[in-house]
Design a protein. Structure first.
Lengths: 695, 73
């Protein structure tokens, strides 16, 4: 009887999930309600978690709960800490969910709601979650070894080196592009700039509190910090309304870029407890709060989706970024569907804290489903606003024009009704001088979130507070990635440098620290500056570059997983990692090829460089712009070289791995896997929490 | 009457227990409880070397946490 009920319940979930998915896929005409998206996503996730992840756990990985995990065996109280399943789920989710799943879907909304939503759901279920899960599991079986170490041991030395370089490359490009998102959100906006600037002294205050006053009392410090941050969100309004103060915080894009570069350097060089750690605590609480309120807002407001399922920009001429759905939708939405970066977290902190092997299913597969859902919510927020407004915010001025009227005219000609006054009125309502030409996804997501929030609480006159709350949340979020990433990048550079000259690797050596900090900041700062001066808005060239780098890392992870599975003799189920890998390699290689060689100047780096060079040679560029144009030409060629290098690394890795696979399958090489030996767990079967506490 | 009272007490106890485990989850998740966990770990219980103070542990833990990839895109 019970069993029959369970079966019936799962059949109902399947019908709801598949039915909603079919509804959003075939629906045309009238606006469709956002609830269909929520139902489709949640139904599919529930099925995938219940059945597909169970299949992967049982057949592919043969999870064994009698085996002691590294956390149990080593238990050093620092890295290896046995942790409750749900607490670790929260930790892992907080670590993998950054600005990516918010920005990517917002940008991909230019194709219409359908391509992005489908890829978010299917990509997560069959690629992203699988990657996170299997890498987490393999790392648990290897004492929490990192992706690079595992690739070196199980694939080849060269595989390990490629992983190391890929990590550094993705770090540099990621930091450059997310910094650009912040710049585009804050430029000429005194309110947002003031709020974000104030979070720095607030973080330092919290840092001092946690270091000297009440060491390690994170919760009370965070409560104080969050209260102060919420206060400066409101206080920003007073600053923006006071002409003398507004002037101080009204910064150009270039000035903001340099401010961020200086901040990155400071965060990397200053003691961690002073700036990095306290800011991270603040942003963790605000992040959780904002994501939950977005979910609650969507459930309460149940907005209509005004964006059509497909826009005319499926033809590849999109204003937000150029290129067709295939391959560009699949590299634009990386985080949220599959993100190689996650494999670093799955082979970093998490495997060292896991209590039982079976928890890796919830933590590896489940946390990624949740991130995918964040992506779907971002898609809903972007598509719930009028398409005309969406395009006006996200398109660079070189395409839609720099004034509200010009933008209104261009966008109306595309078939998305928009008047200039709509944009000026909206800007006034959210308390900004202008909302035009702010590519990068953050401002349009903030408008979407503010519209959803203000229909629940406060109405139109709270729209400006909600908008700036959302901007603060996104920017704080990104700064956390920026400062933590810069510091990690610094260590990577020191590690690589130590191969050439030993003392450089000593992390406490001051000149080495300053030099490596300057180097990593210089690297991503260059990409940021390039994006700021880019005539096409920067996001158009940098976001695809980031997507390609991220997917390169995902290829490394899937190649590694496939190799280990061949060695374990799981040949029957190899398709579970091989199919996503083939899809990813195809999409990434096609995108790389088009970004380098396409004749369309908005897609191909080389064709834009060539066309600009031709204009320069023909004397069509005004004298004042010659230096700028030369710089743009150089940057386009640089981007082409970077893309080619990334694509080449994927190819080398695939060839390398294919040779390995052949040798293994032909039994010409012994299949030695590097798992730590089996140790039986000493804990009772139902142990679920940490063995201390008051009850 | 007595049964009703017992039911209310039972309900109250469950409520308190739920709050307590929520609080404990929050402390473990946020890092508030890290020091207690360090004191309870095997390496502290079984080794005779110096045990860090709360402040030392906090700084050491922060340094360790932010020197490897810990935040994603």
């Amino acid at each position: 009887m019970k069993r029959a009920l369970r079966v019936a319940a799962w059949i109902a979930v399947a019908i709801i999930g598949a039915g909603s998915l079919a509804k959003i896929a075939v629906h045309r005409g009238e606006p469709i309600n956002a609830m269909w998206f929520v139902a489709a996503a949640l139904g599919c996730y529930a099925l995938a978690f219940r059945f597909y992840s169970a299949f992967v756990a049982a057949k592919l990985l043969t999870i064994d709960d009698t085996r002691a995990t590294p956390a149990e065996r080593i238990d050093d109280g620092r890295d290896f800490v046995p942790t409750n399943k749900w607490v670790l789920f929260g930790h892992h989710f907080a670590a993998i969910a950054g600005p990516g799943p918010l920005v990517g879907p917002t940008l991909a909304a230019q194709f219409g709601y359908l391509p992005g939503t489908m890829w978010l759901i299917a990509g997560a279920i069959f690629a992203g979650c699988v990657q996170d899960f299997v890498i987490l599991f393999f790392s648990i079986r290897r004492n929490g070894k990192s992706l690079g170490e595992m690739a070196r041991e199980e694939v080849s030395r060269r595989g390990g080196f490629i992983a190391q370089i890929a990590v550094l490359a993705i770090m540099v490009i990621l930091l450059g592009v997310v910094a650009l998102v912040v710049v585009n959100a804050l430029k000429s906006s005194p309110w947002a700039t003031f709020t974000l600037a104030m979070t720095i002294p607030i973080a330092m205050l919290i840092g001092l509190y946690l270091r000297f006053l009440r060491p390690g009392r994170v919760i009370e410090a965070s409560v104080i910090g969050v209260a102060l941050v919420l206060f400066v969100v409101v206080a920003g309004q007073w600053v923006a309304n006071s002409p003398s103060w507004a002037h101080v915080f009204t910064l150009s894009a270039v000035a903001l870029a340099f401010a961020l570069i200086a901040y990155g350097f400071a965060a990397s060089a200053l003691p961690v407890w002073l700036l990095l750690a306290p800011r991270d605590y603040l942003s963790a609480f605000i992040k959780a709060g904002a994501i939950f309120s977005l979910a609650a807002g969507i459930l309460v407001v149940r907005p209509n989706i005004l964006m059509p399922p497909f826009t005319k920009f499926v033809d590849g001429n999109g204003p937000v970024f150029a290129g067709k759905i295939f391959p560009f939708c699949f590299i634009t939405i990386a985080c949220g569907a599959i993100s190689g970066f996650h494999s670093l977290i799955s082979s970093g902190t998490t495997p060292k804290m896991i209590l039982r092997e079976s928890h890796s299913r919830l933590i590896g597969y489940g946390a990624m489903l949740m991130e995918s859902f964040v992506g779907v919510m971002a898609m809903v927020a972007a598509c719930a606003m009028t398409p005309g407004v969406y395009f006006a915010i996200n398109s660079p001025s070189s395409i839609v024009g720099a004034t509200a009227d010009a933008a209104g005219k261009t966008i109306s000609e595309w078939g998305y009704t928009l008047t200039g006054t709509t944009m000026t009125d909206l800007a006034k309502l959210v308390g900004e001088p202008s909302l035009l030409n702010r590519p990068g996804g953050a401002p349009s997501l903030a408008v979407g979130m503010a519209q959803i929030f203000s229909s629940t609480i406060g109405g139109p006159h709270l729209l400006s507070i909600w908008y700036h709350f959302a901007i603060m949340f996104e920017a704080l979020f990104i700064l956390t990635v920026l400062d933590a990433g810069t510091r990690v990048g610094r260590f990577m550079i020191q590690e690589l440098g130590a191969r050439v000259w030993k003392p450089f690797g000593r992390t406490s050596w001051l000149p080495g620290m300053l030099l490596s900090s300057a180097l990593i900041v210089g690297l991503w700062g260059y990409f940021l500056y390039q994006g700021v001066i880019d005539p096409l808005g920067g996001i158009n060239s940098l976001w695809p570059l980031f997507g390609i780098a991220n997917q390169l890392l995902a290829c490394v992870a899937l190649v590694l997983a496939t190799t280990i599975m061949i060695k374990m003799g799981r040949l029957r189920w190899l398709w579970v990692t091989v199919l996503p890998m083939i899809w990813l390699v195809t999409a990434t290689m096609t995108a790389s090829y088009q970004k380098i060689f396409s004749a369309n100047t908005r897609i191909g780096f080389l064709s834009l460089a060539q066309s600009l060079a031709a204009q320069l040679a023909a004397g069509e560029i005004p004298a004042a712009k010659i230096a700028d144009t030369q710089r743009v030409i150089f940057n386009q060629r640089l981007d082409a070289v970077v893309t080619a290098a990334l694509a080449l690394m994927i190819l080398v890795l695939i060839v390398e791995a294919a040779v390995q696979w052949y040798l293994l399958l032909a039994k010409r090489r012994p299949a030695t896997i590097h798992e730590t030996p089996y140790v039986a767990t000493a804990w009772a079967g139902n142990f679920t929490g940490i063995a201390h506490g008051d009850d | 009457m007595d049964r009703q009272k017992m039911f209310i007490v039972h309900l109250w106890n469950n409520f308190v227990r739920a709050l307590r485990s929520l609080w404990r989850g929050l402390r473990e998740g946020s890092g508030d409880a890290d020091y207690e966990r360090y004191l309870a770990s095997r390496s502290v219980r079984e080794s005779s070397s110096m045990v860090l103070t709360r402040a030392e542990f906090y700084v050491e833990q922060a340094n360790r946490r932010y020197s490897r990839p810990n935040r994603c895109c």
